[in-house]
Design a protein around this ligand. Structure first.
Ligand code: ADP
Ligand code: MN
Ligand code: MN
Ligand code: MN
Length: 355
């Protein structure tokens, strides 16, 4: 599809009065880990999820339901300001439910929310580092020479300057849009492979982590759409001597964040070790291409941990090791993993089931 931008013309319409209506963009997660959305008009007021109507969509068009029973329900769970249309318009994150009153097969939020509620006294905080790659129309990383390769990895990580980074306008627009929406975005950086970037969201407590990351992903895809670039969250977009892309997951509980916390951090790491394979199973598709033990990763079939070591499954940041309390980083999740499944697995391993 050819890219055309008509921003100047669009702007004529963007300032028109909405005559007392709010546009609500309902967002959900489909069967392959993309976001989908559609909009509807509601009377102007301040909305919380409880005031928002349940809606539905054709699940047979998103791989979420069979054609003969295709209605999937959208139950609002979180509301954000809409950075594309501005106030009073809103983004509405919704959970997918089937007609028989059970969560849709691809609704990983429901179980995660239950577990977060059961263990809420732990005050679990998460911080996710979303790495992604911007692709051009040829489905190769943006700006890579046609039929060839850029210079080997070195100058790109946190890079500055023409030739070192591409599409910084997308990164900046996404950052501003997330702040406007009310996403707890904590920073951004250019990554090791050219055309690869990262943003961080967190710390977020409990289920808010998955909610915020999914909406931040939606916003990124909308922004990149405006700029004519594709967003890939494949964990190994380019084979060979190029870094993969992860979703490093930083985690702490209240006990870990205060003096004496290291004992709780080490206890949690032991629990994670015992369920290594169960974690890998929900930490993203094709992650074996990335977790090779090279390119700043641990090997997929080994559980390892260390202070300040980036070739491990789990890294304790140097500063946390020195202070003796804080948080740890699970480096295993792939960039295409579902944050609800990651945070669910960590809570389940550390603290057990809800019942
Ligand atoms: P890295 O050094 O691995 O690149 P980043 O700075 O990219 O780390 O990301 C660290 C993430 O950890 C951020 O999202 C931050 O909000 C989050 N974080 C910081 N402190 C905590 C904590 N106590 N518990 C959980 N997450 C935390
Ligand atoms: Mn980072
Ligand atoms: Mn990174
Ligand atoms: Mn990291």
């Amino acid at each position: 599809m050819a890219f055309t931008s008509r921003t100047d013309t669009l702007m004529k319409y963007m300032s028109l009065d909405q005559k007392g209506s709010v546009i609500a963009e309902y967002i959900w997660i489909d069967s392959v880990g993309n976001t989908r959305s559609k909009s509807r008009t509601l009377p102007a007021k301040e909305y919380t999820p409880a005031d928002l109507p349940t809606w539905n969509f054709d699940g047979s068009s998103t791989g979420q339901a069979p054609g003969e029973n295709s209605d999937v329900y959208l139950k609002p769970v979180a509301v954000f300001a809409d950075p594309f249309l501005g106030s009073p318009n809103i983004l509405v994150l919704a959970e997918c439910w089937d007609n028989d009153g059970t969560p849709n097969k691809y609704n990983y939020r429901h179980e995660c929310a239950k577990l977060m509620e059961a263990h809420k006294d732990r005050k679990p905080w998460f911080g996710l580092e979303q790495e992604y790659t911007l692709l051009g129309d040829d489905d190769r990383p943006y700006g890579w020479p046609k039929g060839g390769f850029p210079a080997p990895q070195f100058q790109y990580y946190c890079g500055v300057g023409y030739g070192n980074v591409v599409q910084r306008d997308i990164v900046l627009a996404h950052y501003k849009a997330c702040l406007y929406a009310g996403i707890n975005i904590s920073g951004t950086n250019a990554e090791v492979m050219p055309a690869q970037w990262e943003f961080q969201v967190g710390p977020c407590e409990g289920i808010a982590m998955g909610d915020q990351l999914w909406v931040a992903r939606f916003i990124l895809n909308r922004v990149a759409e405006d700029f004519g670039a594709k967003v890939s969250v494949h964990p190994k977009p380019m084979k060979g001597d190029w870094n993969g892309a992860g979703l490093h997951t930083n985690f702490s509980t209240e006990e870990m964040r205060v003096e004496g916390g290291m004992a709780y951090i080490e206890a949690a790491i032991k629990k994670l070790e015992a369920r290594h394979a169960d974690h890998i199973a929900v930490y993203g598709e094709e992650n074996e291409q990335r977790l090779t033990g090279r390119h700043e990763t641990g090997a997929i079939d080994q559980f390892t941990w260390g202070i300040a070591n980036r070739a491990c499954s789990i890294r304790i940041p140097r500063e946390v090791g020195a202070k003796g309390y804080g948080y740890f980083e699970d480096r295993r999740p792939a960039s295409n993993a579902d944050p609800y499944r990651i945070t669910h697995a960590i809570m389940l391993s550390c603290f057990g089931d809800a019942e």
